[in-house]
Design a protein. Structure first.
Length: 325
């Protein structure tokens, strides 16, 4: 028993060296941070805040470098793997491509977007709108090179290889079913039966062999994509608003919280970093006032990001030590 306790304490200390325990906090506005994304090296972050629009941040200087007003309907943002461009769109907002360094608009499409994702070579963007139209947009000339159709989704995520979509459709509300679709054909690949809760977030593992979902029953669930079965359920006891795998798939970032529209009841939230293989907590951070609506990693794993309901962005950087931890 004594040895086991020592091991647990040592493991906790070792893992807690990975990221600084206290975050950098950027105050954006009063509206919720609906989505966040980072450049591959973690130098820049793009965020969308309901009352302050789309913003670009220099992480090292902890300073905003660009701000673009929004009509409040932006829903998703993404940064190209080469770090040169970012894209933003929403249910009823135009999709806009901009240069990260200058903020200059490169191209705009009159499209709605539930999900947006750059291809691995940064040459294309996959777009899913609320009507279920799936388009591959070639950024060099704005042409649509592929157009598939799935049932209208209210939550969707595009796989890393750009070949599949995981979604919850409006027609699936009663069954709470997560479905996987092949983008090229529009065919359903597998359906994952859910329980009686509304799934609020979906994320793909880097290998695209698993997805993670989070919902209002207080669980984060890791699914096997090939079989549609549950690999692991992580109980968190509050609504799960956002989930994301780390780039090495060994850990996952999960944002939870309680929300309230009444002033006498403050929203609260917790940002969890958990071990994927066991579901055990590596560390957690309590926001005190913010339910956590968005989470992300930089591709190199050097930066963790979370966005809160109260307009704050939380950033964790890896410790600058010899072994990289």
């Amino acid at each position: 028993m004594h040895r086991a306790l020592i091991f647990i304490m040592f493991f906790s200390v070792l893992m807690n060296k990975v990221y600084a325990q206290m975050p950098i906090v950027l105050k954006v506005g009063k509206g919720a941070i609906q989505d966040v994304a980072a450049t591959s090296d973690g130098s820049f972050v793009v965020s969308f805040c309901g009352d302050r629009g789309v913003r670009v941040w220099d992480v090292n200087r902890q300073k905003e470098i660009h701000q673009f007003p929004s009509d409040g309907k932006t829903r998703c943002v993404d940064i190209s793997p080469d770090g040169t461009h970012f894209i933003a769109g929403g249910d009823r907002a135009n999709v806009v491509l901009r240069d990260v360094s200058t903020g200059k608009e490169v191209r705009q499409w009159s499209q709605a977007a539930v999900a947006l994702s750059f291809s691995s070579d940064s040459k294309n963007v996959c777009l899913v709108d609320s009507s279920g139209n799936v388009k591959i947009i070639r950024l060099s000339d704005g042409a649509t090179t592929q157009n598939a159709k799935i049932p209208s989704p209210f939550v969707a995520a595009i796989s890393h290889d750009g070949q599949r979509i995981a979604s919850i459709g409006y027609g699936d509300v009663e069954q709470k079913v997560v479905r996987i679709w092949d983008i090229a054909s529009g065919a359903e690949v597998v359906a994952m039966p859910g329980k009686a809760h509304q799934i609020k977030s979906i994320a793909w593992a880097p290998s695209d062999r698993q997805i993670m979902t989070g919902g209002s029953n207080g669980n984060a669930v890791i699914w096997d994509v090939a079989t549609g079965t549950v690999d692991r359920t992580i109980a968190l006891n509050h609504e799960v608003f956002s989930v994301q795998f780390s780039p090495d798939a060994k850990s996952a970032l999960i944002g939870i919280g309680t929300t309230s529209i009444f002033k006498q009841r403050k929203s609260t939230g917790v940002i969890h970093l958990v071990e994927v293989s066991s579901g055990k907590s590596i560390f957690e951070y309590r926001t005190k006032t913010d339910a956590v609506f968005s989470v992300a990693f930089s591709e190199n794993g050097e930066l963790m990001i979370a966005g809160g309901q109260g307009g704050k962005i939380y950033l964790w950087k890896k410790h600058d030590t010899k072994d990289g931890r």
